[in-house]
Design a protein around this ligand. Structure first.
Ligand SMILES: Nc1ncnc2c1ncn2[C@@H]1O[C@H](COP(=O)(O)OP(=O)(O)OP(=O)(O)O)[C@@H](O)[C@H]1O
Ligand SMILES: [Mg+2]
Length: 335
């Protein structure tokens, strides 16, 4: 099914719930998103908005009592939830790979870097000799610019940045078409973070895989990705090109506006930070209508009553009554 025109990732009305003793928690609700080949799409949202749940869902690695509650997830045109266990095992790493949020703890502390890299090749490339697997592992180290002498090191002998580079290298080992990176650099200091991000960008340009890049750092995502999906309380409230995303650019979801304003900016006078007042809702007790209404400066009665559906506004998908032409009389249409 896969061809050059098949999107790398298609999320069709995806919902994921955590089953609990009481009601299921709707962590992801009715998400629609497409990732084209050779592109970087960002997924942003505050803590608890459902980003990691969605990422794990795509990989079919849902943890605990989470389950796909609705919709379809296609990677390279193939339904991830229709595969048998063996096919799925091959498909992971070969076609889709993930750098986990707690990536640095993913490395096995009692195995050398080289052993861990070789294992990926030996498990997934039948017929490969140990010697060939070792050679490929060394090439992976070259790829993320780690000197080959570290091949025999154990994870605790490496810095945080080096460990993270190794985790990224392992994800790229089998040249998947989709790589999900869930907060790949959050645990690192700013300088290391910057150099790893530059490296991710370079590798992407060279190797043409697609990245779903997850972060709560809006400015970082806007810089790295060509498109950004903004998640609030389990739903995408906006999907937009990142070009032109800046404070004052019109027709964004009020939550997107809030995130943009929350970016620290150096103005001639002083540092200017404006956070979004209030907190994201508890998913077990979502506000009626639009889940963002209690924090929204533009909230109107309809926002409390009816949940807005996404509509296309100047090439972006925005789920907000403010832009609903049918409610035009009551709302300002910023243009
Ligand atoms: N094991 C669980 N059982 C029940 N609910 C859960 C469980 N894990 C997560 N959730 C719910 O799913 C929601 C989304 O969690 P998730 O980890 O996907 O958010 P996130 O956007 O990745 O946050 P962060 O930025 O902190 O990583 C949480 O707000 C929580 O309500
Ligand atoms: Mg997360």
């Amino acid at each position: 099914m896969s061809s050059l025109t098949t999107p790398v990732l298609e999320l069709k009305d995806v919902s994921i719930a955590y089953d609990t003793a009481s009601l299921p928690v709707p962590a992801v609700s009715h998400v629609n998103l497409t990732l084209e080949r050779d592109s970087i799409v960002g997924l942003v949202g505050e803590s608890g908005s459902g980003k990691s749940t969605l990422a794990n869902g795509i990989m079919r690695l849902l943890k605990g009592r989470a389950r796909l509650a609705g919709g379809q997830i296609l990677v390279d045109g193939r339904d991830v939830y229709q595969m048998d266990a063996k096919t799925l095992r091959q498909f992971r790493w070969n076609s889709m790979a993930m750098v986990f949020q707690s990536a640095m703890t993913v490395l096995n502390p009692v195995m050398t870097v080289e052993q861990q890299m070789m294992d990926v090749f030996l498990a997934h490339r039948r017929g490969l000799s140990r010697q060939e697997a070792r050679q490929r592992s060394l090439e992976l180290l070259d790829m993320v610019r780690i000197a080959r002498k570290y091949a025999r090191s154990y994870p605790h002998e490496l810095s945080g940045g080096m460990k993270q580079r190794i985790v990224i290298a392992i994800a790229l080992a089998l040249e998947p078409s989709l790589v999900i990176m869930d907060e790949p650099t959050t645990a690192l200091d700013v300088v290391v973070q910057r150099s790893i991000l530059t490296q991710i960008q370079e590798l992407q340009k060279e190797r043409h895989f697609a990245i779903l890049f997850i972060s709560h750092d809006f400015s970082l995502v806007a810089e790295l990705a060509s498109r950004v999906a903004i998640m609030y309380a389990g739903r995408l409230v906006e999907v937009t090109e990142s070009r032109g995303l800046h404070v004052g650019s019109p027709n964004h979801h009020p939550y997107t506006e809030g995130l943009m304003r929350a970016i620290p900016r150096l103005t001639p006078e002083d540092v200017d930070i404006e956070g979004i007042p209030g907190y994201p809702p508890n998913l077990r007790e979502l506000p009626s209508g639009c889940a963002y209404h209690p924090r929204c400066p533009y909230a109107e009665p309809v926002c409390r009553a009816i949940r807005p559906e996404p509509s296309l506004i100047e090439g972006r998908l925005v789920a907000c009554h403010r832009y609903d032409p049918e409610k035009g009389g009551e709302f300002i249409h910023v243009s």
